[in-house]
Design a protein around this ligand. Structure first.
Ligand code: NOJ
Ligand code: CA
Length: 574
C-alpha cells in the first residue's frame, strides 16, 4: 500500500479567525502581525496548514465575509507586505496557507455595487413582477422588480440571517424604485450573478493574484450557492432530515461549471493549488459531485460537524461520508468546530438535567436550534470534546481544527447584547444569538487583561475571567491539559503510517463489532506494518477494550484496568 501523494489528502488544517487570534498593535482586533507572532504555537502543535478566514478589505458587517476589495488586506489586519511575510514565515516552518474566498456575494461597499447604486433604476408601474434589470453595472448582481407594483419583495426567499433575501434600491430621486436586489445573507452582502462572464473572469483574476503571492489554496465560501434557479421560483424550506433539495439558491447544477474553470487555474501552478468547499449539501452523493477530479479537491463534512453525541449516528455519518466520497475517489474531511457553530465542548455537553442535547440536523442557525439558556454539564462536555478530537484525528483524510479547540474552549454566552456583532443577532431581533460566542479572542497567557491576546486591556469581544486557567501558557505546563493532548495526538498521527496513506482504492477503516454507543475501528497496517485501533466510548458505562498496547487516551483516567470510561477515547495497537 503506498503513501499518499498529495499533502491535502491527509493534512491537519488549523483555522485562524484573524480578528480573534492575536492582536499585535493593541487596538483590540487580531491582525496579521499577531498571527505571525504565534506561528511557533502552530509549529509546535504540529499542523500542516493554516486556513485563514477573510483578510480582505471589508466594512466588516459580517466579519470580513463581506468583501469590498478582493486584492488587498484590510487595514485593521495589516497590509500586503505583512501578508507576504506571513506566507514566508509559514512556509519556512513547513506550514501551507489556505485563504478564504467569498464569491457568492460582494460587500455593498465593493466598487461594483457602488457603481450599480450610482445607476438607479426607474420606477415603472408597467413592468411585471420578477422582471430582471440588467442595465450597465446591475448586470453583475440580481436586481428584480418587486411584486404588487414593486412594493413588496420579488419572491419569498428567506435570508440565512433572518427576513427575506431582498432589499429595495432607491430611484434617482431617492424614492422607492420598486426594484430589489438579492442577498442570501445580510443586506450588506449583495449576491453576484454568476451567469455573467465578467464576474467569472474577474474571480479567476483574484485566484491568480493570491496564488502568485504563494498561497497554497482557497477555502470557498458558500460553494453551493452561486447558481440560482432560473425564474427565481419560490420553494418550501426543507424539513430536517429531508434529503431533497427544495431551495432554489442552493446546490443548483450550473454551479459545477464554475468549479471546473477554477480547477483549471489551480492546475496551472506547480505544485497545483487546492480548494476546499464550504458546501452544505446532502445527501453524500450530491456532495460528492463537488469533489469530482476536475472540480474541488475536498469539501467540509457538515454532517460530522453537526452530529450529536450518539455512537450510532456518528458511525452512520462516517460510513456515508466515506462511501459518498469513494464514488468520486475524493478524500474525506472531518471537522468538529468552526467560526459558525458552537464549540464542541458546549455542543457535546449533556444538559444539566442529564438529558442529551439534540443534534443540529445540519443547521447553520445553531443558536436558534439549540437552546443556549438551558444549563449544560461542561465537565462532561470538555471530556467529550477531547475524545472527539482524538477520534477525528484517527479517521482517514484531512482534519480541521478551529483556533482554541486545542485549548478545549467552550462557547461563550455572557456577551452583552450591545457588543454582539454577528448580523444574525440583530436581523432576528436577538432570537438567534448569532455566532459571536465561538469568536471570542483567544487566551494566550496571563500577561495582560486580555490574556495575552494583546498587551492592552481590551478585546473586541470580552473574554470570560475563568479563561485564566485555560490559557495556552497555563496548559503548556500541565501534562494532562487539552493542549498537550492535541499536541501528542498530532505527533503520533504523523508517526503512525496507518493513520495516513489515503488512496481512493484503499481500505479506509474496518469497524469492530461493539455495542451501539461505542465507536471502534481499525486503521489497517501500511508501511510500518502496524494497524491502529481507535475507540471512543459514547455510552454511560465503562467498555472493556480489546487487547493491544495503549498509545494515547483522552484523559489520565480514561483507561482503568483495560476499560475505557464513558466520554473517553483511546488509540491502541491493533
Ligand atoms: C459562510 C461563512 O462561514 C459565514 O461565516 C458567513 O457568514 C457566510 N458564509 C456568508 O458569507
Ligand atoms: Ca490589531
Amino acid at each position: 500500500m503506498q503513501r499518499t501523494t498529495h499533502w491535502w489528502q491527509e493534512a491537519v488544517v488549523y483555522q485562524v479567525y484573524p480578528r480573534s487570534f492575536a492582536d499585535s498593535n493593541g487596538d483590540g482586533i487580531g491582525d496579521i502581525k499577531g498571527i505571525q507572532s504565534r506561528v511557533p504555537h502552530l509549529a509546535e502543535l504540529g499542523v500542516d496548514a493554516l486556513w485563514l478566514s477573510p483578510h480582505y478589505v471589508s466594512p466588516m458587517l459580517d466579519a470580513g465575509y463581506d468583501v469590498a476589495d478582493y486584492r488587498d488586506v484590510d487595514p485593521i489586519f495589516g497590509n500586503l507586505s505583512d501578508f507576504q511575510e506571513l506566507i514566508n514565515t509559514l512556509h519556512s516552518s513547513g506550514i501551507k496557507l489556505l485563504v478564504d474566498i467569498v464569491p457568492n456575494h460582494t460587500s455593498w461597499e465593493h466598487a461594483w455595487f457602488k457603481e450599480a447604486l450610482a445607476h438607479p433604476p426607474v420606477n415603472d408601474p408597467t413592468v411585471a413582477p420578477l422582471t430582471r434589470y440588467s442595465e450597465g453595472p446591475w448586470a453583475r448582481y440580481h436586481l428584480l422588480r418587486g411584486r404588487k407594483n414593486g412594493t413588496i419583495e420579488p419572491n419569498e426567499w428567506p435570508s440565512v440571517f433572518g427576513g427575506l433575501t431582498w432589499h429595495e434600491v432607491p430611484d434617482a430621486a431617492g424614492q422607492p424604485s420598486g426594484w430589489w436586489y438579492l442577498h442570501i445573507f445580510d443586506k450588506s452582502q449583495p449576491d453576484l450573478d454568476w451567469t455573467n462572464p465578467e464576474v467569472r473572469s474577474e474571480f479567476l483574476g483574484h485566484l491568480k493574484f493570491w496564488f502568485d503571492m504563494g498561497v497554497d489554496g482557497f477555502r470557498i465560501d458558500v460553494a453551493h450557492g452561486l447558481a440560482k434557479a432560473e425564474g427565481y421560483p419560490d420553494f418550501t424550506t426543507p424539513k430536517p432530515g429531508d434529503p431533497t433539495n427544495h431551495v432554489a439558491y442552493w446546490d443548483q447544477d450550473p454551479v459545477h461549471e464554475i468549479w471546473r474553470e477554477w480547477r483549471e487555474v489551480a492546475e496551472q501552478y506547480d505544485p497545483p493549488r487546492v480548494f476546499v468547499a464550504e458546501a452544505w449539501v446532502g445527501p453524500a452523493e450530491r456532495n460528492a459531485l463537488y469533489l469530482r477530479d476536475d472540480e474541488l479537491h475536498t469539501g467540509f463534512n457538515f454532517p460530522y460537524l453537526t452530529a450529536a453525541w450518539n455512537g450510532k449516528a456518528l458511525r452512520r455519518i462516517i460510513d456515508d461520508s466515506l462511501e459518498g466520497n469513494h464514488l468520486v475517489g475524493a478524500p474525506t474531511t472531518w471537522v468538529l468546530e468552526n467560526h459558525d457553530v458552537w464549540r464542541a465542548a458546549t455542543r457535546y455537553a449533556p444538559l444539566a438535567t442529564g438529558e442529551e442535547a439534540a443534534s443540529l440536523d445540519g443547521n447553520l442557525d445553531i443558536s436558534k436550534s439549540a437552546d443556549w439558556s438551558v444549563p449544560r454539564d461542561l465537565v462532561i462536555g470538555v471530556k467529550r470534546a477531547r475524545a472527539g478530537i482524538m477520534t477525528m484525528l484517527g479517521l482517514p483524510g484531512t482534519a480541521y481544527i478551529y483556533q482554541g479547540q486545542e485549548l478545549g474552549l467552550e462557547e461563550v454566552f455572557d456577551i452583552p447584547d450591545a457588543m454582539r456583532q454577528d448580523p444574525a443577532f440583530a436581523n432576528t431581533g436577538g432570537e438567534n444569538l448569532g455566532r459571536d460566542g465561538c469568536r471570542v479572542p483567544l487566551p494566550w497567557d496571563n500577561t495582560s487583561n486580555t490574556f495575552g491576546f494583546n498587551s492592552g486591556s481590551e478585546s473586541w469581544l470580552p473574554q470570560p475571567s475563568r479563561w485564566a486557567e485555560q490559557t495556552a501558557a497555563a496548559q503548556n505546563d500541565v501534562a494532562s491539559s487539552t493542549l498537550n493532548l492535541v499536541r501528542s495526538a498530532l505527533k503520533l498521527r504523523r508517526s503512525l503510517a496507518a493513520l495516513g496513506g489515503i488512496t481512493s482504492d484503499a481500505v479506509d477503516l474496518v469497524w469492530d463489532e461493539t455495542p451501539s454507543d461505542i465507536v471502534s475501528f481499525v486503521r489497517p497496517a501500511r508501511l510500518d506494518g502496524q494497524a491502529i485501533r481507535i475507540v471512543m466510548n459514547m455510552g454511560k458505562t465503562a467498555y472493556e477494550l480489546p487487547a493491544g498496547e495503549l498509545l494515547l487516551s483522552s484523559d489520565s483516567d480514561a483507561v482503568v484496568a483495560g476499560s475505557l470510561a464513558p466520554h473517553s477515547a483511546a488509540w491502541l495497537k491493533a
